[in-house]
Design a protein around this ligand. Structure first.
Ligand code: NAD
Length: 335
């Protein structure tokens, strides 16, 4: 039996990545149930095709009734708070909405006997990555902020729930997610983007001030920070491959999701300048304390375990898609 034959609950399915994954599941004919409190996400036309519950995953009674009423067999858990800077100024929000909320969701999962759980973790669990060309899942995990810790604690709870209750899980450590749905049905809605590609597009279009580039003399080929950018469609499709993998293999898995290749801030800026045919106003500022010059995924686990072939493994494709989405949003908002 395929995982597509049994109902899948998506938490945070009105958000950027959860929404894209819902679309990919619907495209393949899966039965999808969504719970989202709409704190940062929003309803999209494709939500007509899912059973949508507006609610908080901390409401364990609600979650248990959703699971039972819909005979849920797999949970994809995207819901959470995602701003690294905010997690430094308001850490308890992150331990509440990421760690405690996940604890309650895992408790509901265990009490209802759902066999599979896929969790959106992050490369932020690694913290300072020094002297490694790429980082693999066995690397030391000492996060630099409450966001990373809140996710690492959830990974820990999943490992313990696996040992104690047999809950099979996948903890997916995303690197830098960008781009939009290839058919432009969905993308990121943030007014003030927190990630580099969104911020750079806004700076280029004049909808935000000049881009601050943190560090000009880092030990990287062009002196600016290097990160591993992955297209949101490929990332979403990896979740579907993970569900298949869990269905066929009893073990749980912790896995990086990236392309295993880095791009620098200057490369990102150049691509955006080419896509928009204008310059990106920017200024160089001090590198941020503790931030690693280069963070690139080792994806041997991903490639070894999953039947997954990325479609958009090219920085230009990712950026063109993000730019096309931004233009669509601006056109929609124009009176
Ligand atoms: N965007 C990235 O580059 C990135 C990188 C690494 C990890 N992640 C993780 O991926 C997941 C999804 O991120 P995203 O970029 O789609 O964020 P997002 O803010 O677009 O989506 C999160 C969704 O969860 C909902 N939500 C938040 N708290 C909730 C709660 N308590 N109950 C119910 N719904 C709730 C929000 O309304 C939103 O729709 C997050 O867990 C994030 O930490 C994202």
């Amino acid at each position: 039996m395929s995982y597509l034959d049994s109902p899948i609950l998506v938490t945070g399915g009105a958000g950027y990545i959860g929404g894209q994954t819902v679309l990919c599941l619907l495209d393949l004919g899966a039965e999808v149930i969504v719970i989202d409190d709409l704190s940062t996400g929003s309803m999209r036309p494709f939500h007509d095709q899912v059973k949508f519950y507006e609610g908080n995953i901390q409401d364990q009674t609600l979650v248990e009734s959703i699971i039972r009423d819909n005979s849920v067999q797999s949970i994809l858990h995207f819901a959470g708070s995602i701003k690294v800077d905010e997690s430094v100024s308001d850490p308890l929000k992150y331990y509440d909405n990421n760690t405690e909320a996940s604890r309650k969701l895992i408790a509901a999962t265990v009490s209802c006997g759902v066999p599979r759980f896929v969790f959106s973790s992050t490369a932020a669990v690694y913290g300072t990555v020094e002297g490694q060309e790429t980082v693999n899942e066995c690397a030391t995990t000492i996060p630099l902020n409450a966001y990373g810790w809140s996710k690492l604690f959830t990974e820990r709870m999943l490992r313990d729930a696996n040992r104690a209750h047999g809950l099979q899980f996948a903890a997916l450590r995303y690197f830098n997610v960008a781009g939009a749905d290839p058919k432009l049905r969905h993308g990121q809605f943030l007014k003030n983007p927190v990630h580099l590609i969104g911020r750079t597009i806004d700076a280029a279009l004049g909808s935000a001030g000049p881009l601050e580039v943190f560090g000009a003399n880092l030990p990287t080929p062009d002196g600016t920070g290097v990160r591993d950018y992955i297209h949101v469609y490929d990332l979403a499709m990896a979740h579907l491959a993970v569900l298949s993998h869990l269905g066929e293999n009893p073990a749980s898995v912790t896995m990086n999701l990236g392309y295993g290749r880095g791009a620098s801030v200057l490369e990102v800026m150049e691509c955006i300048e080419n896509a928009l045919q204008c310059k990106v106003p920017h200024r160089f500022v001090e590198a941020r304390d503790g931030e690693a010059p280069s963070v690139v995924a080792n994806i041997d686990t991903l490639l070894g375990a999953l039947d997954w072939v990325p479609k958009f493994d090219d920085l230009r494709e990712i950026i063109n898609s993000a730019v096309a989405w931004k233009k669509k949003l601006d056109d929609t908002e124009r009176p």
